[in-house]
Design a protein. Sequence first.
Length: 407
Amino acid sequence: MNVVLILSMTGLALLVFVLVLFFGVRQTAQRRTRLDVNRELYEQRKQELAQENADGLLSEHALRAAERELDKRFVSENAELEQLEEHAIGRGIWLPAVIIVVFAVVGYALFGSWSQQQQADEARKALPELAQQVLNNQQSTPTQAELESFALGLRQRLQQDGGDGLTWMLYARAATALQRYEQALEAYAHAYKLEPQRPGILLGYAQLLINLGGPEQLQTAARLLSELLQVEPQNIDALSLTGAVAYQRGDYEQAVQAWQLLMQLMPANDPRRGAVQEALSDAQEQQAAGAQQLRVTVEISEALRAQVPADATLFVFVKAVDGAPMPAAVVRQPVSEFPVEVLLSDAQAMLPDYKMSQLNQWQVEARISTDDRIEIARGDLGAEAKVVEARASAEVTLIISQTLAGE
């Protein structure tokens, strides 16, 4: 029926086009006939005037005046006819074009919307089967075309009735699979607002945020996973992702706790156990490295004790033996009674990505600064640096016994 309608509209458009051209040609022919008649009358009248002059009815002066008037009238009438002809030709050109454009717009509106509606209807029919695949994570992964159809059907339904949490979650999963992450985030936000305790929504939303990987996304993902574990404390996927988020944020203690519990809950034959055990071991190593501490006792020689300025600052720090001069950890405090004891660890790191636990050896230094800056200045007092092997717990004593020249 649609094919017949298309053919009918095409035939009608062609018929209108032919009729317009036909009447345009006919009108042009009629105008050309009038021009010929005018020209014949002009020649006839001109001959009559010449005969009247020859018969003595018109003088030479009257003859020239009559011919000038005849010429003016002939030119004026023909000019009007030519303007009418040009206007008709222009109208004959534009009118078919306008009609064709109108037919094109109407055809697109009818058949374009019909095609979209047909796709939407097909997508709605396929919703139940595809929804089961997405919900149950079946092995038969939907194709790109199926996902496109699934997303279209869901969008149609959401536009009609606003949808519930499950529908928004399904749409978010389809958008994620199609790598439309902005749409997926908006859909998960709608789903979470409608059903904030639905495990599938909390888990999928958190997983998408983790994949995006920004600090704010990780923080939101950690909160969603915490809410999920309150609803389902033994949710294996939630524990796995909780450990992953904690590890990325440098919270190795929480990562170890989450993955240890996960190992207890996972079946012995679960193929994921090996990967989880590897991640757990790495997190435990990072946790142990982060627990490394160096206890430093700082003393001062009797010869320099009287040279300590009244408002001096004591710096005790660790840096790489061979590497950047930037300290990996530093303690800064006013000078007090000696000996002074300080504790250095990753907690005193100056940069989040440069810490004591990353070094195999520690070069330990102590300095009394006269200008409250860690850089050496003239008049500063310092101790001879010592190198200590990095381990879980270490101790070292430094004696401030040198006057530094500065740079």
